[in-house]
Ligand binder design. Structure first.
Ligand SMILES: NC(=O)C1=CN([C@@H]2O[C@H](COP(=O)(O)OP(=O)(O)OC[C@H]3O[C@@H](n4cnc5c(N)ncnc54)[C@H](O)[C@@H]3O)[C@@H](O)[C@H]2O)C=CC1
Ligand SMILES: O=C1[C@@H](O)[C@H](O)[C@@H](O)[C@H](O)[C@H]1O
Length: 345
């Protein structure tokens, strides 16, 4: 077992910096040994204050070093496949931010490469599975406390979008989280996706139709609806109401301190994903580091990355046609176990 995992972080943007901070100050059994960013100034800024870490601009150079036991990938999604495949070739543990890759074909190439290696090395950054409320909801479902799960009503609201956030990214970059967490909660695969475009907000940039309504069906017929609204202005909100045979469970409402002051009352709306899921990212990265030190993974797998990529592909097609699009998956390889057991751990 590795005593202290020496991690190369590839990509020092918004998420990479956040992960470097947690690996350096909040996670045990791991430390950052290398930071790579094509923007040299960013890489250098990221290692300032980390005495044992070096800054590089080329991921290949990082993977060739002797002081790298594991890789955390936080570059844009279209760059993930190349780095994941190279890290797999070196048999290194990988935590790859979502999406694993932007389409099903490339995600399947990654799955096949891992299958060839013969052991799971890739964990995908679907952090909602590590959020305390989602985990509690998973417990209610698993223990059948309220009977069978029938429906999920999900809201995913962001205050605004970064430059270059396309219409497809509402599905590929944002709803990809719901695809994963719905599979996780239902313990089975998604079979179809439909997208409805209603009245758009005037606050969306040109080319983006926002909000959108995504209708999802799972293998046993659980129905889920997702409101994706990425220019909601007021703050960040990810909430779900689960409907069961004997009741409902609601998660994700802001529940911070309720204040009365200066003639006002109320609380604060969560501003972004770092605040909403900060604790979940910590648990996620700790679970990955612990598992990587033992030579395994501690969360969503490459199969989950592939299955969600297939859902995204169906979602983007459904955006264009308005039709219900079937999600077609290849047979689940034995390496990834049985769906229900694997999704609900
Ligand atoms: N789990 C979650 O809630 C979130 C996940 N993400 C995911 O994290 C990943 C990164 O997203 P952000 O940090 O928001 O993007 P970002 O644009 O802020 O950062 C990306 C960084 O990668 C660097 N980069 C680009 N090409 C590179 C290359 N070839 N080699 C090394 N570095 C390179 C860029 O210079 C930049 O610093 C994406 O996959 C995104 O989907 C992002 C936000 C939240
Ligand atoms: O992953 C994330 C971002 O990339 C994405 O753009 C947001 O919509 C999500 O809420 C956030 O969790």
């Amino acid at each position: 077992m590795i005593e202290t995992l020496r991690v190369a972080v590839i990509g020092a943007g918004r998420m990479g910096i956040d992960h470097i901070e947690r690996l350096s100050r909040r996670i045990s059994g791991a430390r950052v040994s290398v930071v790579v960013d094509v923007d040299q100034a960013r890489a250098e800024a990221a290692v300032a204050g980390l005495p044992d870490a070096v800054a590089l601009t080329d991921a290949d150079e990082a993977l060739a070093r002797g002081d790298v036991d594991a890789v955390l990938i936080a570059t844009p999604g279209f760059l993930h496949e190349d780095t994941v495949l190279k890290a797999l070739e070196k048999d290194l543990p990988i935590l790859c931010e979502k999406p694993l890759t932007p389409d099903a074909e490339s995600a399947l190439r990654v799955v096949r490469a891992e299958e060839k290696l013969g052991r799971q090395r890739i964990q995908v950054g679907f952090m909602r599975r590590f959020d305390a409320e989602y985990a509690q909801l998973g417990g209610v479902i698993r223990e059948e406390k309220l009977g069978e799960l029938l429906m999920l009503h999900c809201a995913h609201r962001n205050p605004d979008t970064p430059a270059g956030f396309t219409n497809e990214m509402l599905i590929n970059d944002s709803v990809v989280h719901e695809f994963d967490v719905i599979r996780f909660l239902a313990g089975e695969e998604i079979t179809s996706v439909q997208v409805r475009l209603g009245k758009p907000t005037r606050n969306a940039p040109e080319g983006q139709h926002d909000p959108q309504h995504v209708l999802i069906e799972t293998a046993s017929g659980v129905l889920a609806d997702v409101e994706i609204y990425v220019n909601a202005q007021f703050g960040y909100e990810v909430a779900t109401q689960a409907v069961f045979e004997q009741g409902t469970v609601t998660i994700g409402g802001d529940s911070g301190p309720y204040m009365r002051t200066a003639g006002t009352w109320g609380g604060r709306v969560t501003p972004g994903f770092e605040e909403r899921f900060g604790a979940a990212y910590d648990v996620e990265v700790q679970a990955w580091a612990d598992a990587a030190r033992r030579g395994t993974i501690g969360g969503p797998s490459a199969w989950d990355g592939y299955a969600t990529a297939a859902c995204c592909e169906a979602g983007v097609q459904a955006q264009k046609t308005g039709e219900k699009v079937t999600v077609n998956l290849v047979e689940r390889p034995a390496l990834y176990g049985q769906a229900r057991e694997a999704e609900l751990v």
